[in-house]
Each structure stands twice: as structure tokens, then as C-alpha cells.
Design a protein around this ligand. Structure first.
Ligand SMILES: [Zn+2]
Length: 280
């Protein structure tokens, strides 16, 4: 089966804060392979060939306070994917608190080659609907993405990185985003894992442009976490979160997923067709 992994973290690790970096590399046996893939796209592409992954979206976002990532991650990832845009999709971000022109910056990212946006509330330290309160620039970012037909991946669910704020982990504020930007394509990354999954499923069933990104959930436990996965198979996109801590490999996750008692057609949509439709 063809595989589109819509959530891998190929990022400039040299920007990571030391405590976060320690968390990323603790106990890894594949550090060498990860570092080669971070260093050059040819290594990532051959890893993807080996792992049976045809396309992947490379998650990057600006989160200086918690992760250490500054706005140069956008240039880093567009440079990284150059010449490989058929297989590698650059995901970037504008942090509304670190720019004077959120809408303009977002449009310039799209011109530069960023295909999707990432919003990470617990790492960027604002709620997904903060434009209603004290962060009006966030609305300009969503509006630009909506106008350009570009999806926004919004992190949902708890995160254990030092300094992350889990009061922003609940997906419910994304309800406002879908109401206020009805044409915006939204991916709820990690489907609210592990304590907000019912909320994530509710939102997907309510809003036609909302989707779940299944990354970061142990695939063997997917049906425990999402018992109605088959009913929402049209709205779920495959992802692994590789190389985040605890992810064995992109291939192992796909194999575990394929062993689940789901119809073949549902598996095919989740692993490939939905991502092609939503991400392009
Ligand atoms: Zn992630």
C-alpha cells in the first residue's frame, strides 16, 4: 500500500534547547540514522524508500520559548525540500507574537514553498482561538491559509517536553477556528491524544473541513483510542511523529496499523488517499 506520512519532525536540531534536545536523544539506538536524515534530504529519501514511505510532510514551527525554534526554521525546511517537492512537503509557521505582519508573513511563506502551516499551542504558548482574546494576528494567519487553500495542522493533546503548557492541549478551542474560518482545512494532530480524543472526534464529525492526523498514537492501540475509526476513515490521515521519542520506525508503525481489523479500503484511505486529497 502507498504511504503518505503527514507528520514527521525533520527539523534543525541545532536550534533545540539543551533540555529538549536531551529528551529527543535519550535512549535512542537510531541516532546516527536520524542525524543523517536531518543533515541531508538524500538520506531521508533513502530512509523513506527503505521504510516504504512515498511522501512525507516535514513539520516545522516557530517556538523559541519552549523548543528553541526561531523563524529561520521556515527557510531551513524550504531549502531542505528543494528539488524533492514531489515527495517532501514543507510545513512551516508564523508565530503571531514574534512578527509585526502575521498575514503578510504567512503569504510569503506560501510563495517560498511552505505547503502547510503548523500551530502548536502547548509549545507556542497560545490557545488555537487566541485571536478572540489577546492575539488578533492569529486570525490573519488562519485567513491567509484559508484564502490560499493551505491546510493548518494544529497540535492537540498533551506533550511532555520541558516547559510545554498543557492547558493549551485541549482541542475544543479549534471549534472556534472552524466556525470562524469555514473553508480552512484543519488537521488535528494526534487526535487529542491521550485524554481529549472524544473531543477531537466530536469536532471532526461536526466540521466538514476538519481531519484527524493519527500521528503519535501507538497504532496497535488505535482502535482502543478511536473505536469509531472506521466511521471516520474518510477524515483521518496517517502520520507517525518520527523521530519523536517512543516511535520505533515509520515502517513498524505502518505494519502495526495494517494488522488492525479494518477494511482494506479504510486502510488505503488513511495511509494515502485522504492525505493526497487534503494536502495535495
Ligand atoms: Zn509532532
Amino acid at each position: 500500500m502507498r504511504v503518505f506520512d503527514c507528520h514527521i519532525h525533520i527539523q534543525p536540531w541545532e536550534q533545540l534547547r539543551p533540555d529538549v534536545r536531551a529528551r529527543m536523544i535519550a535512549g535512542r539506538k537510531d541516532l546516527d540514522a536520524v542525524q543523517k536524515a536531518l543533515a541531508e534530504p538524500a538520506a531521508l529519501l533513502s530512509l523513506m524508500d527503505h521504510e516504504g514511505v512515498e511522501k512525507a510532510a516535514l513539520i516545522n514551527y516557530v517556538a523559541p520559548e519552549v523548543m528553541g525554534f526561531d523563524p529561520s526554521v521556515n527557510d531551513w525546511v524550504t531549502r531542505y525540500v528543494r528539488g524533492h517537492e514531489d515527495r517532501l512537503y514543507a510545513v512551516g509557521s508564523v508565530h503571531p507574537r514574534h512578527t509585526k505582519d502575521p498575514g503578510g508573513d504567512t503569504r510569503r511563506l506560501f510563495e517560498k514553498g511552505i505547503r502547510l502551516l503548523k500551530i502548536h499551542p502547548p509549545h507556542q504558548l497560545f490557545a488555537a482561538n487566541a485571536y478572540i482574546a489577546d492575539l488578533p494576528g492569529l486570525a490573519e494567519i488562519y485567513r491567509a491559509a484559508e484564502e490560499h487553500g493551505r491546510p493548518v495542522t494544529i497540535h492537540t493533546g498533551t506533550t511532555i517536553f520541558p516547559g510545554a503548557r498543557n492547558r493549551f492541549a485541549d482541542p475544543m478551542p479549534v471549534d472556534d477556528v472552524a466556525v470562524d474560518f469555514p473553508k480552512l482545512k484543519i488537521l488535528l494532530a494526534h487526535a487529542g491524544r491521550p485524554i481529549y480524543m472524544e473531543t477531537a472526534v466530536f469536532l471532526v464529525r461536526r466540521h466538514p473541513n476538519m481531519h484527524l492526523d493519527l500521528s503519535g498514537i501507538p497504532p496497535k492501540k488505535l482502535l482502543e483510542y478511536l473505536p469509531r475509526l472506521e466511521d471516520i476513515a474518510d477524515r483521518c490521515l496517517w502520520g507517525t511523529d518520527y523521530p519523536s521519542p517512543g516511535i520505533a520506525s515509520m515502517r513498524k508503525n505502518v505494519e502495526d496499523f495494517l494488522s488492525l481489523p479494518l477494511p482494506e479500503a479504510a486502510k488505503e484511505k488513511i495511509l494515502w488517499a485522504n492525505a493526497v486529497r487534503v494536502i495535495g
